[in-house]
Design a protein around this ligand. Structure first.
Ligand code: BGO
Length: 285
């Protein structure tokens, strides 16, 4: 059988540890990797003829570069390039948890959502059409109750389908950041596309977004490129233009658009949800 490298990404307390433990059940080979600042765990197990190499990454609300955990998760995704990311969501706190999902969408990865704490969602009385939500965001969603081991086999079956390109829901969507930002992204992508090494490894759209947000780690990724001077000149010019125009930093505009996208998707798929409680201003990170 084939080996699939899988990374677990999710907010703190979304149930990642429970999912990791129940999935790796037999603990065939569990390694603890203590970095200077963060811990990550790795386990190897088999299901349906495949070998899963599962990495549990630190819990984060975001994958920008503001905390060691965020940077660790981002580095793991960009450097280790997992075949499939399992995005573990706390279903009882969907709006906030989906923010991380929008960042994975920007990165153009193969993703499966574990809609964990599904028991809590059912108790809460909310009616979520998760199949439709999955269709809207182009990511298959599997309900799980990790603490009771429910849905885990189905989850990894779906990981196999996504890995093998057999999952019809999978579709790469772009979150629309508005006419002006989209124009700047395209100009920057034109410059990034000239470098075949960069585009072989990274999504040009993701890099363009990171540079427009003046993201240090984004610049580190692009720096070795032969056309770095040209790329950063376009990025600088576009960022300054956008910030003059909006009187705000690009990251804030993009964050607002992400929450708008989430609210729109949940309004259509989740009956009874109160979308006011986690507006961008109340974010914890
Ligand atoms: C305690 N449903 C429910 N209801 N709970 C879940 C589920 C689920 O699907 N999955 C996990 N939990 P972690 P991170 C606890 O530890 O895996 C629970 O941070 C308790 N502990 O059991 O640690 C899970 O790795 C005492 O709860 O998450 C855990 O992502 C009383 O959610 C918590 C009640 O899971 C966080 C719960 C001493």
């Amino acid at each position: 059988g084939r080996t699939i490298n899988v990374a677990l990404v999710g907010n703190p307390n979304s149930g990642k540890t429970s999912l990791f433990n129940v999935a790796s059940g037999s603990h065939e080979r569990v390694g603890n990797y203590s970095g200077v600042t963060v811990d990550a765990k790795q386990a190897v197990f088999r299901q349906d003829g495949y070998t899963f190499n599962l990495f549990d990454l630190p819990g984060t609300y975001s994958i920008t570069e503001y905390t060691p955990e965020e940077l660790y998760v981002r580095r793991h995704i960009l450097d280790a390039m997992p075949d499939v990311v399992i995005n573990v969501l706390d279903a009882s706190n969907l709006e906030r948890n989906l923010f991380l999902t929008t960042q994975l969408i920007d990165m153009d990865l193969k993703v499966v959502i574990a809609l964990n704490m599904y028991d809590e969602l059912e108790k809460s009385g909310l009616k979520l059409d998760y199949r439709n939500l999955g269709r809207m965001i182009g990511i298959p969603i599997v309900p799980t109750v990790a603490s009771r081991g429910e849905g885990i086999r189905e989850l990894f079956k779906t990981v196999i389908d996504v890995f093998e390109d057999n999952e019809p829901i999978v579709r790469h969507i772009h979150i629309n950041y508005g006419k002006d930002i989209e124009h700047s992204i395209r100009l920057l992508q034109d410059e990034i596309w000239k470098n075949t090494d960069l585009v072989a490894r990274y999504s040009s759209r993701y890099l363009a977004i990171k540079l427009l947000c003046n993201d240090k780690n984004g610049y580190e990724v692009v720096e070795p490129a032969a056309n770095f001077a040209e790329i950063s000149a376009v990025a600088e010019h576009e960022r300054q233009k956008l910030e003059r125009q909006y009187k705000d930093c690009v990251e804030t505009i993009i964050t607002d658009a992400k929450f708008g996208f989430i609210a729109g998707a949940l309004e259509e798929t989740c009956q009874g949800i109160n979308l006011r409680k986690n507006r961008p201003d109340d974010r914890v990170d």
